[in-house]
Design a protein around this ligand. Structure first.
Ligand SMILES: [Cu+2]
Length: 427
């Protein structure tokens, strides 16, 4: 079973892909601060007729390959503003085996509304909001074997993915041109994403149809909802250098409100988009007491990721080292791919390997020990247009590898499957 899944993921990642047409509702040019700065045209996507800005914006200030294309969604021009909407709603049922396995039907959702306008002198203003009804899942989120992070009823969540907050982003960004093709920018707000890690998983095309959050979420992109962020940087179409001040503490389990912003932590990130197909980032952050259950324990996090996209294929390979500053360093690897084979068929897969020391709570003999575990998941989605929406019907299979010491808790070889229907705005 495991070999089979690995082979499927490898096939998805390695297949030579013809430049299959992908639908894109936005011209890249419209959403970019560096309009027309770099006229390196890439005509593998039919509606990308204007100059290529060099990248696709990811979550926060992250960059993804230009070839990934924007999330689909309608765009409206009104009174000098360009308004864009994106969103999805998906229902899923997951069943995971073993003593710690569980099953659940749940709904994940996200709505984004972005407004952008000229300020004069080439400067641009962007106002961004992102909302989620994830809190309706309940405090304990949904089953996700070997995932850890955040709390419910004061107890750390283990083998669960926590729900996301109602307010995922309330932020603004200003870009001011400097020099030939560069710009200085400031981004931030009461709920925003600091310059740390790759673009958050729900914004990566390489992760678009994977129904469960990565078990490495708290190594790579868990800071995507942060209460209090200020980021400043310099960018041109191919290079971006930025630094953030932000609140280190993760969101608490009260998911409906806005928590008190602070600026007690920092991060720096360098991004490089040498061609429309590639994006690379390295980042480092110092988080003040991120976990409520370990007050006073700070974390240093270093991440690197490389993203490749071509036609219908989008991939990411990423590494993270989380240093608890009690001395222990826990590392994680993640490889993922999404391949839109044609208008209807998509294959996707993800492999994660991580050293986790939070699998056993207080009082358990294994409490505090770090175990290196692997999860491989692969799936398929059938996509079809339904009115203004795109409907994806699919499923995935997951297998796990772990040390024998975990057999009593997880069974010899736990597996899981997930079925889903995902409705997204735009095609
Ligand atoms: Cu998250």
């Amino acid at each position: 079973m495991r070999t089979h899944l690995l082979a499927a993921v490898a096939a998805a990642a390695l297949s030579p892909v013809a430049a299959t047409a992908q639908t894109m509702s936005h011209d890249h040019d419209m959403a970019m601060p560096e309009t027309g700065a770099n006229a390196q045209a890439d005509d593998s996507t039919p509606d990308m007729k204007m100059a290529d800005p060099g990248y696709t914006p990811g979550s926060g200030t992250a960059r993804l390959p230009a070839e990934e294309g924007m999330m689909p969604g309608p765009m409206v021009h009104s009174g000098g503003w360009m308004l864009m909407a994106h969103g999805y709603l998906w229902g899923a049922y997951t069943d995971q085996s073993g003593p710690r396995g569980d099953d659940m039907a749940f709904v994940q959702s996200m709505a984004m509304l972005t407004g952008e306008r000229e300020l004069g002198g080439g400067a641009r203003l962007q106002l961004r909001s992102m909302l989620s009804l994830d809190p309706l899942m309940g405090a304990r989120g949904y089953p996700n074997l070997l995932a850890t992070g955040e709390t419910a009823d004061g107890v750390p969540l283990v083998d669960r993915q926590h729900p996301h907050d109602l307010f995922m982003e309330l932020a603004a960004r200003v870009d001011v041109p400097v020099g030939e093709d560069g710009s200085l920018f400031v981004y931030g707000g009461p709920v925003a994403e600091p310059a740390l890690g790759p673009s958050a998983f729900m914004h990566r095309r390489s992760d678009r149809y994977a129904p469960l959050a990565p078990i490495t979420h708290h190594w790579f992109d868990s800071t995507h909802i942060t209460y209090g962020v200020v980021t400043a940087g310099w960018a041109n179409p191919h290079v971006q250098l930025e630094a953030s001040a932000f609140r280190g503490r993760e969101p608490d389990e009260e998911r409906w409100g806005i928590e008190t912003p602070k600026l007690d932590s920092w991060s720096v990130r360098a991004s490089w988009t040498p061609s429309p197909d590639w994006a690379v980032q390295v980042s480092h952050g110092r988080l003040e007491s991120p976990e409520a259950t370990h007050p006073g324990e700070d974390e240093a996090r270093t991440t690197a990721s490389i993203h490749y996209a071509k036609g219908g294929l989008a991939t990411m390979l990423a590494f993270s080292a989380k240093n608890r500053l009690s001395g222990r360093t826990l590392t994680a690897w993640l490889a993922e791919a999404n391949w839109d084979i044609d208008r209807h068929h998509t294959m996707f897969g993800r492999i994660e390997n991580v050293a986790n020391d939070e699998l056993f709570g207080e009082g358990d003999p294994l409490h505090g020990r770090a175990f290196r575990v692997t999860k491989a998941e692969a799936g398929y989605a059938y996509r079809l247009p339904v009115g203004p929406f795109d409907l994806a019907l699919g499923g995935s299979l997951a297998a796990y590898a772990k040390p024998d010491a975990l057999d009593a808790a997880y069974g010899n070889s736990p597996i899981g499957y997930t079925l889903f229907a995902r409705l997204s705005l735009g095609q």
